[in-house]
Design a protein around this ligand. Structure first.
Ligand code: F6R
Length: 364
């Protein structure tokens, strides 16, 4: 049931602190300060290359994970949307692991990619939310998200749980590759363990996000900008907005703005900038200022320090808890979900059943 919530989507957004904690429990050994896998003896050491394949929101979780696999494990990562991967001629070498990511575990394009990779001798890991699904059964390594049933067509809690699993998996791979000493592992475990509380902190901003929905609801086009692991979050924010509010939205890597899309900027195109404090903050802010210099109206999503440093001159700001860059993509998912939700409610669309969309896409 929806409980006290008006829509399943909102209920599922609010479940995130609990279901992310529930998911992490299978991947962290808090007492030992270690990450772990549901199948502890799976041979990760021999993995030389990772190929990530998924669709939609699950694909964006995979894009975030690419940064983690490369940064922590130094393993090369290919990533593609499933419908493209299957019909090109991808090179799959020995020692390759394919990771499919899917809430339903039934998405036809992703399943076809899995079977193709298996036939080419790849090992298969599946990050899925339905443990009885086809992908779960066909994988060598099942990495469940414990988000519970997701009813809203727009994926929310499955996404943050996918990120939690993928972060823990990247850490496991890094350790197996001799790239994570005990001290660094302890740090990673500590940061991941802080995610549920940080998600709660992000939810506390719900009312102010509701209060600014009218700033977006009248727009015809909206841009989302982010850098590094927060670039896929910009894509996810744009996808959420378009699928439930029917407003045209695009996500861009912040640095790509000046290579074209900046031509779109005027005072009628709101620009949502995702810029947590951290090594990429200054660069993203300078891209944001390029937008402002052309009359663009910015909504800055950052933490207290970021909003203090760069919030002046923005149309609105959203203040997130200050978190380690590792968990920022999880935490920043919340404001983009809430913004899309409240804009859709303001427009009066059917939030849980958006037009033309199905929860599970079982045809290619
Ligand atoms: C977006 C959304 C879709 C799904 C995509 C993949 O809100 O729900 O983009 O993420 O259809 O579905 P799964 O994860 O079930 O493979």
């Amino acid at each position: 049931s929806k409980g006290n919530h008006r829509h399943y989507m909102l209920k599922e957004i609010y479940e995130q602190p609990v279901v992310v904690a529930q998911t992490l429990r299978s991947y962290l050994r808090r007492m030992e300060d270690q990450v772990s896998l549901p199948i502890p003896d799976f041979d990760l050491g021999s993995i030389r290359r990772v190929t990530i394949v998924a669709c939609g929101t699950s694909y964006y979780a995979g894009m975030v994970a690419k940064y983690w696999f490369e940064q922590f494990a130094r393993v090369p990562v290919d990533i593609d949307v499933a419908s493209e991967f299957r019909y090109r001629a991808p090179v799959m070498e020995e020692g390759g692991l394919m990771i499919v990511i899917s809430q339903s575990g039934e998405t036809a394009d992703t399943l076809a990619a899995l079977r193709h990779a298996r036939a080419e001798g790849q090992k298969i890991a599946a990050v899925v939310n339905v443990p009885t699904s086809t992908m779960a059964r066909e994988a060598d390594l099942l990495l469940p998200t414990n988000a519970g049933p997701e009813i809203g067509v727009a994926s929310t809690k499955a996404f943050t749980c996918q990120l939690a699993v993928l972060a823990a998996f990247a850490a496991n791979l890094a350790r197996a590759k001799g790239r994570l000493d005990a001290k660094a592992e302890k740090e990673l475990v500590r940061h991941l363990s802080e995610a549920p509380a940080a998600l709660n902190g992000a939810l506390a901003y719900d009312e102010s996000i509701e209060g600014m929905a009218h700033l977006i609801a009248g727009a015809r086009d909206v841009l989302y900008l982010g850098r590094g692991p927060d670039y896929p979050l910009a894509l996810e924010g744009a996808l959420k907005l378009k699928e439930i509010s029917y407003i045209h939205a695009e996500g861009y890597a912040a640095g790509e703005m000046k290579h074209g899309p900046i031509a779109l900027i005027d005072d009628k195109v709101p620009v949502i900038v995702l810029a947590p404090s951290g090594p990429l903050f200054e660069k993203t802010v300078s891209n944001m200022q390029e937008v402002q210099a052309r009359g663009g109206k910015v909504v800055l999503i950052s933490d207290y320090d970021g909003v203090q440093a760069a919030g002046e001159g923005c149309m609105a700001t959203i203040t997130m808890p200050k978190v380690h860059p590792l968990i920022a993509p999880m935490v920043y998912a919340v404001p983009v979900q809430l913004l899309a939700y409240h804009v859709a409610v303001a427009k009066g669309t059917d939030v849980d059943q958006p037009r033309n969309l199905a929860k599970s896409v079982t045809v290619e």
